[in-house]
Design a protein around this ligand. Structure first.
Ligand code: ADP
Ligand code: MG
Length: 146
């Protein structure tokens, strides 16, 4: 997968702001893998995307680390999923991820690369790389595959 877009941010707020812009570029529905180390900014970027779609304020968008799946919109237009605490594809299926992926919504998934067998073949990948304590490289891949 080649990188379609490439950004650098220098703060948490810049990453959130980039997420608000990406909200306009990302497809209306489909799977988006948010890929990067712990603390890279995956949840922060998701906050911006959800905010950019007009579904919630960043302050009201918590990490789904413990709850696994958060929903935004009525009807739901964005799901925010965090698979960090799951170990097997069977557990991922058990929380109903496949069903969610079939719905007409954007599904943002943290740690989804650990369970590629459960994900659809076509997805957008947003890769976050820590440059230093404040700077992040953020690359969007696979937009053209859609
Ligand atoms: P993840 O979901 O990838 O584990 P979070 O978004 O929860 O990461 O946390 C990112 C952490 O990194 C926050 O503590 C944030 O303040 C810090 N941070 C520093 N610089 C940036 C940046 N440029 N973008 C996003 N987060 C940043
Ligand atoms: Mg997170």
């Amino acid at each position: 997968m080649s990188s379609d877009l490439r950004f650098e941010t220098a703060s948490e707020e810049e990453t959130r702001s980039l997420g608000r812009k990406l909200a306009d570029i990302l497809p209306e529905c489909g799977t988006v893998l948010l890929r990067g180390a712990l603390g890279a900014g995956k949840t922060t970027l998701a906050q911006g995307i959800i905010e950019g779609r007009g579904l919630a304020r960043a302050d009201d968008i918590a990490s789904p680390t413990f709850t696994l799946i958060h929903e935004y919109g009525d009807p739901v237009r964005v799901y925010h999923v965090d698979l960090y605490r799951l170990d097997t594809a069977e557990q991922v299926r058990h929380i109903g991820l496949e069903d969610i992926l079939d719905r007409h919504a954007l599904v943002l998934v943290e740690w989804g690369e650990r369970f590629l067998e459960v994900l659809p073949e076509a997805y957008v990948e947003i890769r976050l790389t820590v440059i230093n304590s404040d700077q992040r490289l953020i690359e969007v891949l696979g937009l053209a595959n859609r």
